[in-house]
Design a protein around this ligand. Sequence first.
Ligand code: SF4
Ligand code: MSK
Length: 645
Amino acid sequence: MLQRADSLGLDTAFTRAEQMAPCPIGANGQCCKVCFMGPCRVVKDGQTGVCGATIETITARNFARAVAAGAAAHSDHGRDMAFTLKAVAEGETQGYKIRDPFKLKKLARDLGISTEGREVGELASEVADVCIAQFGQQRGEVSMAERAPENRKKIWRELDIVPRGIDREVVDVLHRTHMGDDQDPEHILDQALKTSLSDGWGGSMIATDISDILFGTPAPLVSQANLGVLKDDEVNIVVHGHEPTLSEMILAAVSDPEIIAYAQEKGASGVSLAGICCTSNETLMRQGVPSAGNFLHQELAIMTGAVEAMIVDVQCIMQALPNLADKFHTEVITTSPKVKITGATHIQFDEHRALDIAKDIVRRAIDNFPNREETAIPDVVADLVPGFSHEYINYMLGGSFRASFRPLNDAIMSGRIRGVVADVGCNNPRATQDAAHNYLVRELLKNDILVVETGCGALASGKLGVMLGEAALEWAGPGLREVCEATGMPPVLHLGSCVDNTRILTVLTQMVEEGGLGDDISDIPAAGIAPEWMSEKALSIASYCAASGAYVIMGITNPVEGSELVTNILSAGWEQKLGGKIDFVVEPEEMVSQILEHIDKKRAALKLPEYAPKRFGQSGDWRMEDLVDGPLEERQAALYGAVSS
Ligand code: SF4
Ligand code: MSK
């Protein structure tokens, strides 16, 4: 596709990244523009801004502001879901219903709402009210923080970082990083932690729970990923962004026989829906809607010439899209009241008329089909099995009648599974697309690490073909392979979109509660990586994971590189007070060795047997061999050799 871009003389994020060298002062967090005596670039030892601000204060302020912006974006998504739930409960919407009343009840109980004898609608209305109130709450603690392990809550309370209310913590960061306020770097970063927790154990968790309640809690299904999911003979509609609210209705509209007949009138054989980014994750994991790819595929999809409409909602939408779409027949349609892009058509979404609006948009795309010219859809596609909610993981491991994390904990305790790693986050055109995600996933699997994924990292693995049960035979070490064979699960689990990193927090909490892996998230042999991150949301996620006790590695660049002190606070400093930390590591090889070292250290602290892969791999159902190519012995030798080295 990049060759096609070249031959057509088109810019992409890849070429623009080459032309736009990152400003090294900004990249290292050394530029302050919080007041208009500046902007101040603090680059020499001992230099300060006009107000006297030091490099430590400036880098910490920049980091905290990025966390606040990320937390705001995620949490606002959660707020919108809560308002949609309220509207559905009041019977004001068109096309929506409550698909998971069991999860509604569970959430109600967690929020302290009585469920006894209540109608679903009435309960949903109260749950929505309580969720909406979490955003404006001024005192106390956000309710969902209560879900964390007891020891974790103790740490948070001692440090006074339990969020009071979601919006309140975001505003607090913006206030204290205004000119002339908080100028103690550690104190600023403590508030960054509190704000990030208002995302992970607040806004994002609300988004995940309510999305499941409204659209269904994901369970595994089969789908496909990559640009090859676009169809040459059908109207292609691509949904891109983050929220499932409109895309679920677009899906309903494209399945309508009248709409299909209308498409046929216009010369197409049907209407095909595909996703990009996290809107894709939302529709992929619940409805099996194929994914056209992750963040850096948004321009490439348009360049196929086969997309009639790209419908976007919020976050991660490049402003370059309308200009690029102009070169083809694609119409870019913005739908969120918060997002307009010059050159795009704006059709504002309103859940009260959701299905009508969705049908109008789909008809518009169909009307555009006759304008299609030459197409170039790459013949590249991979099968995948997405949809591993934490609820499903429970059933998958424990069975329908005794859903439990016990088998996972046992597998880690025995050493069959060495540990668990979450590979999450974006693509970044400063690095080869998906290369770090793919390398890390393969290396981790080889080392018997169970990988869970969300966001664009998940879509990278979907495209790679490792989200299939049989992928364990090819890529997993002997112990992990045994577990995958016994359960049929893929060695890489798709857990959802960016806001669904909260599912990972829930999995970790359930592992603690199951017993045998310590008393807190920080005891578990686990880590998180975002090797190709680019978004402020990634810094919020990294911070709330660290605050929750996880070891997090971020690739690409260190946004606080300008200050050794601040870099150390995020790493050793946070590890000392929280048991979790953020390290910025550019090289994927270095990431692997730091993760394995960390996981083995945690295993040793728990007095678990040393990782010894040769003890495993003799059991399992070898008949699954039929599913993959190549002589078993050769692959075993290659694999075990690699593991032991
Ligand atoms: Fe410069 Fe201080 Fe203003 Fe920042 S707050 S721009 S360091 S004068
Ligand atoms: S979409 S935030 S590029 S993961 Fe969630 Fe992908 Fe990162 Fe956006």
